[in-house]
Design a protein around this ligand. Structure first.
Ligand SMILES: [Zn+2]
Length: 296
């Protein structure tokens, strides 16, 4: 029985993969949704890639599964959630994406059926071809459970009897993970690496919208509040230094695969993603269609 179910699942995945190819190939309207736990997570991990998609005319949505109402040293509750919502909307404008914030409490996210259905609904309503979320290995329980929740949704988005009021996707999207540095139980594997050097300044400008986080809360909890420049004019320069992600040897190798050795050597800033084993399993040619910035 288990084998039969597994075979059926494989068959469905295969069929969904075929549809996906047709979709991306025919009308060229790739739709991307990134899900994070807090209203600044997608920004840091996928913001550059989102800008590149948006500049090419593709629809990108960020979803924060919590309202961020715990992430501050002096503010909390509704007042903080409101401030962070406004920051997320401003960041969304600067990235060129739509930004949704779900009303779940920060620091209290659980992989419940209720939130799983919220995730399924969000992915279906966006009619997503690409879904990006954190891996379920992370220091923060909200990040971890966001990873689990998206994994739990990965097959269910195509099952019509689940959440029937929101029509199931006819194709299974490709699910990917954001890059992280956690080593156990297994390190992040960069299947795709995107050169974001040309839009890094815009990414920093968008991150700058999350004032309560990048200049207040994160420096406070990280014990570097004294390093935040007093002068607002110096903020983005400082942010660019503190928010730049070092390109690991593995990511450089992935850049070489997608851009060639010479171009890869010039890349200063990159974002990398790992393909999740659930959902559609694209080959390299399909990936080039889904991530058109790689085809250039
Ligand atoms: Zn977070």
């Amino acid at each position: 029985m288990r084998t039969m179910i597994k075979n059926m699942a494989c068959l469905l995945t295969f069929a969904a993969g075929t549809l996906l190819t047709t979709f991306a190939q025919d009308n060229n309207k790739i739709r991307i949704i990134m899900l994070g736990a807090h209203p600044d997570d997608c920004d840091q991990d996928g913001g550059g890639t989102a800008i590149l998609f948006a500049k090419m005319g593709y629809a990108v949505k960020f979803v924060s599964l919590t309202n961020g109402d715990a992430g501050h040293q002096t503010m909390k509750g509704t007042e903080l959630a409101k401030r962070r919502y406004a920051e997320a909307q401003e960041a969304g404008k600067r990235f060129g994406v739509t930004y949704d914030v779900l009303d779940n409490h920060d620091g209290q996210l659980t992989p419940s059926l209720e939130v799983r259905l919220q995730v399924i609904k969000a992915i279906r309503e966006w009619n997503a071809d690409i879904v990006i979320a954190p891996r379920p290995n992370d220091y923060h329980p909200d990040h971890r459970y966001t990873g689990v929740l998206v994994q739990d949704a990965a097959y269910m988005v195509a099952v019509p009897n689940i959440l029937p009021e929101t029509p199931a996707l006819k194709k299974n999207p490709v699910f990917l993970y954001f890059q992280d540095g956690f080593q156990r139980p297994n390190p992040f594997k960069p299947d795709i690496a995107i050169d974001i050097s040309g839009v890094f300044a815009q990414k920093i400008h968008a991150l700058d919208a999350h004032e309560s986080q990048v200049y207040e809360w994160l420096p406070w909890i990280g014990h570097y509040l004294d390093q935040v420049p007093q002068n607002k004019n110096d903020h983005e320069k400082w942010l660019a230094q503190t928010r730049a992600v070092k390109i690991t040897p593995e990511v450089r190798t992935a850049l070489e695969k997608w851009y060639g050795k010479d171009k890869a050597a010039q890349v200063q800033h990159a974002e990398a993603f790992e393909i999740c084993e659930y959902g559609a399993q694209p080959g390299d040619e399909e990936l080039k269609k889904l991530f058109p910035m790689l085809a250039k």
